[in-house]
Write a protein that binds this ligand. Structure first.
Ligand code: NAD
Length: 487
């Protein structure tokens, strides 16, 4: 067994990550391309990763295919035990995972600690779901069994690297599927620390394989390979559409968790102080790099001036900067490319005629290195502006006003997305009535909540299918009916 050793944190060494994980072993990739890894808080290169290629993807798929034969036969109890071991293994590496998130992603420490806890809990939640799940049921005269799909390809983005990996892997294991994981190439350090943790859970060889590589190389191979039964993808809507098209050739099952442009609906009876606090939390989740960020804030016209005064004061107090500082709420953007993208949208908002309430182009004062961007709020935004329609994926909020609730609901639903929405009101019945009219996979009332056993996923172009709980599990299973005389 070869293991790639990596030192994270205080020792400022240049690290070389030259191992991927296939068939229970850390192996040198066949691919030879080297890819730079950055610390986004400084803009410095901190390491290099050797990327896997098509051949590596094929080897991983073959290993997962071999492992599936016996893994699909494991009992519920065996899989629950594996899920608990995986959780313990992640927790045992919590500090290293948190450190890697801060250094390689620029995640503020509070967020990084949360991300590690979330990742570990994914295994626990999958175990809970599995415990109560019935794989065999009688429907009329048929015996219906829920069968494991086979080898699954799990493709994840950079904005919560090991959280997405753990959630997808936990569900695949609960369902008796084997997996080839293709994380973002920009998250190689976080992935390596996670792989070392998962390795210590002693799962049978080939049950999970991890190949860091380019999307259009390793990801594309997974998407087109006939031995892959399903793709679970989290990422941009544009890439998701390509995966759906490519997967059609081999009729792959797909779960797509894509982008969003979530509305935060402030109802006319809301306590504005509380509403502003919730709107800011929802809007700047994960430094604004969150698919579920509430980036379109809908405010009643009559209360707009008061709301904007409170919002401006709150946003101007937010600490942007060193992700290691516990008081930092917003860290850097993940990359120069992402920084440029956010800057482009801020300039576009100004050009489109929106009113800049706070923030704007450029870096915050005193933060000249790194990919820091100013938390920005636009008012007088109309829903046809590009900044109200497209996902910016940075700390940029749009405030839109409405005359009455029918108009508010119409604006909330006037989007190609439908991932998450927020409703703020001092009357819960009122909030629930509004929530019922919003076309969205999740609607959160008066806060940023999570229910890890309830379905997560989007309407419209925010995706296909659901993750979490029973809905998530069944996306990795195929029903089979046996009908005939009883034995
Ligand atoms: P991305 O779509 O560029 O990449 C996501 C993953 O897909 C990466 O691993 C990438 O290498 C891979 N990929 C790229 N091209 C591919 C191809 N042709 N075939 C197969 N795989 C390919 O997204 P990103 O920039 O890494 O992440 C940001 C996006 O992710 C945002 O749009 C955000 O909304 C979305 N996102 C969605 C959710 C959700 O749960 N709905 C959560 C987080 C992020």
């Amino acid at each position: 067994m070869t293991r790639a050793e990596v030192s994270i944190g205080k020792e400022k060494i240049m690290r070389i990550i030259d191992k991927i994980y296939i068939d229970g072993a850390f192996v040198t990739p066949h691919g030879e391309e080297m890819f730079d890894l950055f610390n986004p808080a400084t803009g410095q290169v901190i390491g290099k990763v050797q990327l896997g290629d098509q051949e590596d993807a094929r080897r991983a798929i073959a290993a997962a295919k071999r492992a599936f034969v016996s893994f699909a036969q494991t009992s519920k109890e065996e899989r629950i035990a594996m899920l608990h071991r995986l959780r313990d293994a992640v927790l045992a590496h919590a500090d290293a995972l948190t450190e890697a998130t801060i250094e390689e992603y620029g995640g503020p420490v509070s967020r990084a600690v949360w991300a590690t806890r979330y990742a570990a809990d994914c295994f626990l939640n999958a175990a809970k779901t599995l415990e109560h799940y019935d794989f065999v049921r009688r429907i009329g005269t048929a015996d219906v069994t829920m069968e494991s799909l086979g080898v699954v390809g799990l493709i994840t983005p950079w904005n919560n690297d090991y959280g997405f990996i753990c959630n997808k892997l936990a569900t695949a294991i609960a369902a008796g599927c084997t997996a080839v994981i293709k994380p973002s190439e920009m998250s190689a350090t976080q992935t390596l620390v996670l792989t070392q943790a998962l390795y210590e859970a002693r799962l049978p060889a080939g049950v999970f394989n991890i190949v860091t590589g380019r999307g259009d190389v390793v990801g594309a191979e997974l998407t087109s390979h006939p031995d892959v039964a399903k793709i679970s993808f989290t990422g941009s809507t544009a890439v998701g559409k390509g995966i759906l098209r490519a997967g059609a050739e081999t009729m792959k099952r797909v779960t797509l968790e894509l982008g969003g442009k979530s509305p935060t609906l402030v109802l006319d009876d809301a306590d504005l102080k509380e509403a502003v606090a919730h709107a800011v939390t929802a809007g700047f989740l994960n430094s604004g790099q969150a698919c579920v960020a509430g980036t379109r804030i809908l405010v009643p016209e009559a209360r707009l001036a008061e709301f904007l005064t409170l919002l401006k004061a709150t946003v101007e107090q937010i600490k942007v900067g060193d992700p290691r500082d516990p008081s930092t709420a917003i860290g850097p953007m993940v990359s120069e490319k992402q920084y440029d993208r956010v800057q482009r949208y801020i300039r576009l908002g100004i050009d489109e005629g929106a009113t800049l309430v706070t923030g704007g182009p450029g870096r915050p004062e005193g933060l000249n290195g790194g990919y820091f961007t100013k938390p920005t709020v636009f008012a007088a935004v109309t829903n046809d502006m590009t900044i109200a329609r497209e996902e910016i994926f940075g700390p940029v909020l749009c405030v839109l006003s409405y005359r009455d609730e029918n108009e508010a609901i119409a604006i909330a639903n006037d989007t190609v997305y439908g991932l998450q929405a927020y409703v703020l009101s001092s009357d819960i019945e009122h909030a629930r009535a509004a929530a019922a009219r919003i076309v969205s996979g999740r609607v959160l009332i008066n806060g940023v909540h999570n229910e890890p056993l309830a379905p997560f996923g989007g309407f419209k172009q925010s995706g296909i299918g659901r993750e979490y709980g029973v809905f998530g599990l069944e996306a990795y299973l195929e029903p089979k009916s046996v009908i005939g005389p009883a034995a």
